[in-house]
Design a protein around this ligand. Structure first.
Ligand SMILES: CC(C)(COP(=O)(O)OP(=O)(O)OC[C@H]1O[C@@H](n2cnc3c(N)ncnc32)[C@H](O)[C@@H]1OP(=O)(O)O)[C@@H](O)C(=O)NCCC(=O)NCCS
Length: 188
């Protein structure tokens, strides 16, 4: 008999639980490294974007796009040969956007020492078949930790809006074109 707890069915343990978390582990290989044998920041960001995408798309059961990335923190280097585990979680859902919190833990395979090496927040937008943003499934907060993450993400969302508004004012004051109103030239 198939039950919700039967791992062979690949069903969630509790059908009412949303798919909010995604973990991915991979080896840091030489193709990801810079000249000093450390994982290149850009290689890591590409991986984190993929994990954030997978987390958002699985949660939404829909295609998603990355609209912003902030609070990128390269806390400690990751060395070639270490195991990298990327932990992604849906912290917050607005209307069509989601905040995905991402954390990286590196493990030295010889000593088994684990280090929190990176963290950042992706804002992803849930997209409809028509290529336009569509409503993401409302987030069900199931425990105190999720409520804390939600509250913090809500505050970051307000901060982002403030930063965008201030940046717009700075551009207007300096007479420079905004990136979204003028496609030529660098976005400062
Ligand atoms: C993402 C995109 C569809 C949003 O378009 P838009 O016209 O700004 O749409 P909306 O104004 O309806 O905003 C949609 C959501 O994105 C959020 N958003 C828009 N700009 C944002 C920004 N700079 N930072 C954070 N969130 C942002 C809005 O707050 C809104 O969230 P909500 O629905 O939860 O309230 C559009 O900007 C886009 O296509 N960007 C390119 C995405 C891309 O190519 N990514 C790289 C490859 S995946």
């Amino acid at each position: 008999m198939s039950t919700a707890h039967d791992p062979s069915t690949l069903e969630p343990l509790n059908p009412s639980t949303q798919e909010k978390t995604l973990h991915m582990t991979m080896l840091a290989t030489p193709d990801m490294a810079n000249f000093s044998g450390r994982v290149h920041g850009g290689s890591l960001l590409k991986l984190l974007d993929q994990v954030a995408y997978a987390c958002a798309a699985r949660y939404c059961k829909s295609y998603c796009v990355t609209v912003s990335l902030d609070h990128v923190f390269f806390k400690e280097p990751i060395h070639v040969g270490e195991l990298m585990t990327v932990l992604a979680h849906v912290n917050y859902v607005g209307s069509s956007s989601l905040e995905i919190g991402v954390k990286v833990v590196a493990e030295n395979l010889k000593t088994q020492e684990k280090r929190h090496t990176n963290s950042c927040y992706f804002t992803m937008v849930c997209m409809g078949e028509d290529g336009k943003p569509r409503a993401a499934p409302p987030l069900i907060l199931e425990n105190e930790a999720e409520r804390r993450l939600f509250k913090a993400a809500e505050m970051r969302r307000e901060l982002r809006k403030e930063v965008i508004a201030r940046n717009r004012a700075l551009h207007e004051a300096s007479g420079e074109a905004l990136p979204d109103s003028h496609v030529e030239g660098p976005a400062h």
